[in-house]
Design a protein around this ligand. Structure first.
Ligand code: ASP
Length: 314
């Protein structure tokens, strides 16, 4: 197998908890979900762990957070069920693993990691994915364990702007490896069987060590149709800044499809950008500066706050 490794670099971890019009009363919960994921995920990098371990850890922390749309607390489909998707990609080997439409798995990102490591496939769905998880030693849960009262109420109310607090992470480790991961319950009131961008390589996530990686969130059908994360990494490869690489695919969704989304892009040299066409993007950054992890609800502030940020991000 041919493997590409990036150059040794100070580690960076970016995480997000979704892009949408996060209501005032939910902002603190989103910020604290991001903060907890950064703390645990960045500790992995600090211990010399791999980018793959860091993104898996960060995403699993957010899957367990009932305030976010992944794992426990995921949004419900039209039948009132929480049906989960997750994916992970290793930028060294370009291997990826994903599961979709699963209902009996507490941490789908961990099963996605096993798909990456233990199968020749990229994406397992439904009952096959659940059977694989059991064979790999994951204890099945009853589907109702994922459902929170808040999500039952949301499905009943079906507000115009649906919550989109999907979670994702992208990391660069000190050996130069880039990895990306994401996890979601999809979109509120989705048709049963619908799968969005989050577990799909090229759309919801992409990583190629030595170049960069990306994770996306927001309107999954738009992210899929534009192939946001593959587009972002191709732009980086062609010399675009992380900001351009994040903004251009999102602008295409807005202009051509009138849809909204957000993305995090991380280049192999540690530069990064966050961008969104939604009113909020809950995200944060952990790096080797020694400062506590920074958490933001829009893309505005961090350009100046972090030395790793893309210098032309205004
Ligand atoms: N992109 C996810 C999906 O369409 C939703 C989200 O990001 O919140 O499944």
């Amino acid at each position: 197998m041919r493997v590409r490794t990036g150059r040794a670099a100070p580690p960076v971890l970016l995480v997000h908890a979704g892009a949408w019009a996060i209501p005032e009363e939910e902002r603190e919960a989103h910020a604290s979900g991001v903060r907890a994921a950064l703390a645990e995920g960045f500790a992995v990098l600090e211990r010399g762990g791999s980018a793959l371990d860091a993104v898996e850890t960060a995403v699993a922390v957010m899957e367990d957070d009932p305030a976010l749309n992944a794992g426990t607390g995921a949004v419900l489909d039209r039948d009132g069920e929480a049906v989960l998707d997750a994916g992970v990609m290793d930028g060294n080997s370009l291997r990826a693993g994903a599961v979709a439409a699963v209902r009996t798995i507490r941490n789908p990102v961990r099963v996605a990691r096993r798909v990456l490591e233990a199968t020749p496939h990229v994406l397992l769905v439904g009952r096959g994915a659940e059977r694989f998880a059991r064979r790999e030693g994951f204890t099945p849960i009853v589907p109702a364990a994922l459902i929170t009262p808040r999500e039952r109420a949301r499905l009943a109310a079906r507000r115009h702007e649906a919550p989109a607090d999907t979670v994702g992470a992208i990391a660069l480790d000190s050996a130069g490896r880039i990895a990306a991961a994401g996890s979601t319950g999809g979109t509120l009131g989705k048709i049963p069987g619908r799968v969005g961008d989050t577990p799909q390589v090229g759309a919801g996530l992409y990583a190629d060590s030595g170049i960069g990686g990306a994770v996306a969130t927001g309107w999954g059908e738009g992210v899929l149709r534009v192939g946001v994360c593959r587009a972002a990494v191709l732009l980086l490869e062609a010399g675009a800044t992380p900001r351009e690489a994040a903004v251009r695919p999102l602008a295409r969704i807005l202009e051509r499809l009138s849809g909204r989304a957000g993305a995090l892009v991380l280049a192999a040299d540690g530069r990064f950008a966050a961008a969104h066409t939604t009113s909020f993007l809950a995200w944060g950054l952990g790096d080797a500066s020694g400062a506590p992890p920074s958490v933001f609800l829009t893309a505005e502030s961090p350009a100046r706050a972090s030395p790793g940020a893309d210098p032309d991000r205004a």
